[in-house]
Design a protein around this ligand. Structure first.
Ligand code: PMP
Length: 481
């Protein structure tokens, strides 16, 4: 479908090297895991449709993502050609965020006048509740906000986060264990920096959120992909974890509700994973950013609350972005044992210093205020979730398990591959995403971005009307082809 830009070559490390669980093949490699030449590790299975871990995969990924998202092509060309030797291997190895790129591409096409419907966004379409905005306005007028504040976060906010954690997760922590960060994303990054050494392995259930493998690799560690599938509703089994664990396993990345699958672990499953990690002395980073977005019978549970002996080996990542429609404010946090919090504070004191004081004031209002707006948003998401799943299931060639949390559906779209759609044929979901954008102006995120070719992520955090129109367009294309 697309022509490879001449400035991408097979050695361009556009994404991170991972160790795949099974099946796999021994690949002896050289010195730095960041360049996929790490100390001896297991390489990708050539038969597995891994888009990021082989030269062919890299080329396909490069061609497809560049053609789908047309990522700042000029800048990337400059990076890769003019300054390539100057750029660190570490930086060259970082994959661009496919989700942000697709959202940017959809926005760009929209600005050009195309009637694009974007299912890519990982953010609520609601405005931040007014009381939170008012708190920020007051803070902006207060000269105290105009100065540096403690790197780990304002004391009042750290205290409020500790109280909120007890309220929402049943986990008791000291304010000193909380470090306020520039979004949950920075909390993920810093958790990896503080805990991981080069060569450490991190168990990463797939499909995974795009940032996890990059954050792991940027710490010099190796993501070990542990596959899950629809048969377990995309939750990871203890057998699969057992098969992946090795001497160098340091940490497990756990997220429930999950981005991208919407999976929510039951109380029993959550406890079992926590006990499993505790028995093996493995750290867990538990990403709880979607804690309030659960539907039907699903309930959110927190590993360190259910398994208290995990408290000194667990880092909780959370933030205000998803719960309070505050993605642009950039406030998240991590909660860990005292030495982890102290390490993260030292790290942050050099990396970024305090998070914007005005945004911290807004976050303080969010975590101390009522959850009324959250309940309303959740109701809207739930309604859209049901509409989306029903409509997707109605498309010949699409199967969809029901997401129980977050705001994403993760349909299996293999039935749309290798068949004519509007005069073209897609052989991968990467190509399918490009085809849909081109033919019906609908943006979806291909599963390849999450380590799950054959699937796609569609956010249902958009208006009911747009949601129906967007899925209708896909259905119309399929039924008319
Ligand atoms: N964790 C998960 C699973 C997410 O989906 C996101 C946002 N996409 C984050 C963390 C980070 O959120 P933020 O940095 O906006 O707080």
């Amino acid at each position: 479908m697309s022509v490879m830009p001449s400035w991408i070559d097979a050695t361009t490390p556009l994404t991170t090297g991972c160790r795949w669980l099974v099946p796999r093949k021994e690949v002896p490699v050289a010195d730095s895991p960041l360049t996929r030449e790490g100390s001896t590790r297991l390489g990708p299975d050539p038969k597995r449709p891994s888009w990021g871990s082989s030269p062919a995969g890299i080329v396909i990924w490069g061609i497809s993502v560049m053609s789908i998202v047309n990522l700042s092509a000029y800048e990337l060309r400059v990076d890769l050609m003019t300054n390539r030797e100057s750029i660190s291997k570490r930086t060259l190895a970082v994959a661009p965020s496919a989700t942000l790129a697709i959202t940017a591409k959809a926005n760009q096409l929209r600005a050009e006048g195309k009637p694009v419907i974007g299912f890519g966004a990982g953010e609520p379409d609601f405005a931040t509740p007014p009381a939170i905005v008012d708190a920020a306005i007051d803070a902006a007028r207060d000269p105290k906000s105009h100065r540096y504040s403690p790197a780990a976060g304002q004391p009042a906010l750290r205290e409020a986060i500790a109280s909120k954690t007890l309220r929402d997760s049943g986990l008791e922590v000291e304010p000193s264990q909380v470090v306020v960060t520039n979004g949950g994303k920075q909390a993920v990054y810093m958790t990896c920096q503080v805990l991981l050494d080069p060569g450490d392995e991190v168990l990463l259930p797939s499909p995974y959120w795009v940032t996890y493998p990059e954050a792991i690799s940027l710490a010099g560690a190796v993501p070990v992909i542990v596959p899950t599938d629809e048969s377990s509703n995309f939750t990871v089994s203890l057998e699969r974890l057992d098969a992946a664990v090795r001497d160098r396993t340091k940490m497990l990345m756990f997220v429930s509700p999950s981005n991208p699958t919407g999976a929510v672990y039951t109380e029993e499953q959550t406890r079992q994973v926590g006990e499993w990690a505790a028995d093996r002395g493995i750290w867990v980073m538990t990403d709880e950013i979607y804690e309030h977005l659960v539907y039907g019978d699903a309930e959110f549970h927190s590993i360190p609350a259910l398994v208290p002996r995990m408290a000194d080996r667990c880092v909780v990542v959370n933030g205000v972005a998803k719960t309070f429609a505050m993605t642009g404010w950039r406030v998240g946090w991590m909660i860990g044992p005292p030495e982890v919090a102290a390490g993260a504070t030292r790290f942050q004191s050099h990396l970024s210093s305090n998070v914007n004081n005005v945004a911290q004031a807004a976050a303080l209002e969010a975590v101390t205020g009522p959850l009324t707006a959250v309940v309303e948003m959740r109701e809207a998401f739930d309604r859209r979730r049901q509409t989306m799943v029903a409509m997707l299931k109605g498309i010949d060639g699409v199967a969809c398990t029901e997401p129980q949390g977050a705001f994403y559906a993760f349909p299996n779209m293999t039935g749309l591959l290798n068949r004519p759609l509007g005069g073209a044929t897609a052989t991968t979901t990467m190509e399918l995403a490009a085809l849909l954008l081109e033919q019906v102006n609908v943006a979806i995120v291909p599963g390849e971005a999450f380590g799950a070719p054959g699937y796609a992520r569609l956010s249902f955090a958009l208006s009911d009307a747009d949601l129906v129109e967007g899925i209708d367009r896909i259905a119309g294309l399929v039924s008319s082809s």
